[in-house]
Design a protein around this ligand. Structure first.
Ligand code: SAM
Ligand code: SF4
Ligand code: SF4
Length: 386
């Protein structure tokens, strides 16, 4: 077991770059903002809560997120009005896809009211946004219809195995597989598709579930995606030897189920796609496809177009960032739409984050506050959203 160091002070509030309300010049807003590596802003992930009913060891380990852990107070959270206003301003800057996440987004009270508002947003060309949500599926059976009625188009559900014992070891709250499967079925029935299923693979913990999961979702119309276990945050005790490279996942599956590579569906797409092949070695759409997300072994920073808005309105430019930019401060100090848009585009044009590409060259992240020479402590995924 690796040793875990529990953070002694809450760093969340120390991490934001305060943005000046006065003295910020409103420069031309083009809607085509590019960062320093020429990457557009297209995808906004919004964390609507830092709370979760699971304790996945790779995300919110029980030892840290225990009964004494202090979550953000209600007043710190962006309200639905604030989220909708910011989302609209991000759309004006080029965002075309919004993903609601967390923590567990379905724990946020009246989430369907927020979805209803976001579903009404339009691009400058008048098109609706690609609106989706990532959930652990625990409340999906109950909420699928309301989410669909509110205007959610599709959904991604996390599921780390089909075997109850393995899945319970991953979620660490004794949650059974059957309830997530029922949630998936409900989502499919109400038409929240195409559905993606995310499986984080931890070598030695759930790698035995790769084949059963592939077989279960084969021909189901749902796209199973295998995600490499990442070194996000500072609490999961990440070790490289627990990462199972995607290439190995594909190699292993190929021995049982023939796969052929497919084209990326969109620029900046995180998953590499593989289609199940027929007897002629050609992709058979009826059998479907899988995806692999190789964040550790094959960085995809060069076309990363994702921004993240934390539960309390800090803008993060990378999953591995340690500092955010305080948009909530601007909102609550009465900043105009023009000023907020100028801030968003100003922040994005300065972006040069590419953590995964540089991973090997960087100092290890801090897991406590003791070593001032180490890299700053990174934010948790439950706070900025996956
Ligand atoms: N609670 C929701 C869920 O689990 O789907 C949404 C939030 S969760 C942070 C978003 C995604 O991040 C999930 O698919 C989860 O499996 C993934 N994730 C969390 N920690 C991870 C890690 N250390 N490495 C890889 N993926 C991770
Ligand atoms: Fe909760 Fe999702 Fe993190 Fe698991 S991955 S602890 S379900 S937020
Ligand atoms: Fe994007 Fe950062 Fe991930 Fe690279 S490491 S793909 S820049 S979020």
């Amino acid at each position: 077991m690796s040793e875990r160091v529990i953070p002694l002070i809450d760093q969340r509030h120390l991490m934001a770059h305060p943005l000046p309300i006065q003295g910020l010049s409103v420069h031309q807003v083009t809607g085509q903002v590019l960062d320093r590596l020429n990457r557009p802003l297209r995808d906004l992930r919004i964390s609507v809560t830092d709370r979760c009913n699971f304790r996945c060891s790779y995300c919110m380990p029980k030892e840290v997120f225990d009964s004494s852990y202090t979550y953000l107070p209600q007043t710190a959270l962006l309200s639905f009005e604030e989220i909708t206003r910011l989302a609209q301003l991000f759309v004006a800057q080029g965002v075309r896809k919004i993903r609601l996440t967390g923590g567990e987004p379905l724990l946020r009270k009246n989430i369907e009211v927020l979805i209803e508002r976001l579903a009404q947003l339009r691009t400058p060309e008048g098109a609706p946004l690609d609106l989706t949500l990532t959930t652990n599926g625990s409340l999906l059976k109950r909420k699928a219809q309301a989410l669909k009625d509110a205007g959610l188009q599709r959904i991604t559900v996390s599921l780390d195995g089909l075997d109850d014992a393995v899945f319970k070891r991953m979620n660490d709250v004794d949650f059974p597989v059957a309830d997530v499967l029922e949630g998936l079925e409900a989502a499919q029935t109400v038409g929240l598709g195409p559905i993606k299923v995310n499986m984080v693979v931890k070598r030695g913990t759930n790698d035995g579930q790769i084949s059963p999961m592939a077989r279960h979702f084969l021909g189901s119309g749902m796209v199973l995606r295998f995600i490499e276990y990442m070194d996000v945050g500072a609490t999961n005790g990440w070790r490289m030897d627990e990462v199972l490279p995607s290439a190995e996942v594909v190699r292993h599956l190929q021995t049982e189920l023939p796969l052929v590579p497919l084209e990326a569906s969109a620029p900046g797409e995180t998953a590499q796609r593989w289609g199940y092949a027929n007897a002629l070695g050609q992709h058979d759409p009826a059998l479907g496809e899988i995806g692999v997300i190789s964040s550790v072994t094959q960085a995809f920073c060069s076309d990363c177009n994702r921004a993240r808005l934390s539960t309390e309105g800090q803008l993060y430019l990378c999953l591995f960032a340690s500092q955010g930019h305080d948009l909530r401060g601007l909102l609550r100090n009465g900043a105009s739409d023009e000023l907020i848009q100028a801030s968003i585009s100003g922040i994005w044009t300065q972006r040069n984050d590419r953590y995964s590409q540089l991973r090997g060259q960087l100092a290890p992240a801090r897991s406590d506050n003791a070593d001032a020479t180490a890299a700053p402590r990174r934010v948790e995924m439950s706070y900025i959203g996956g």
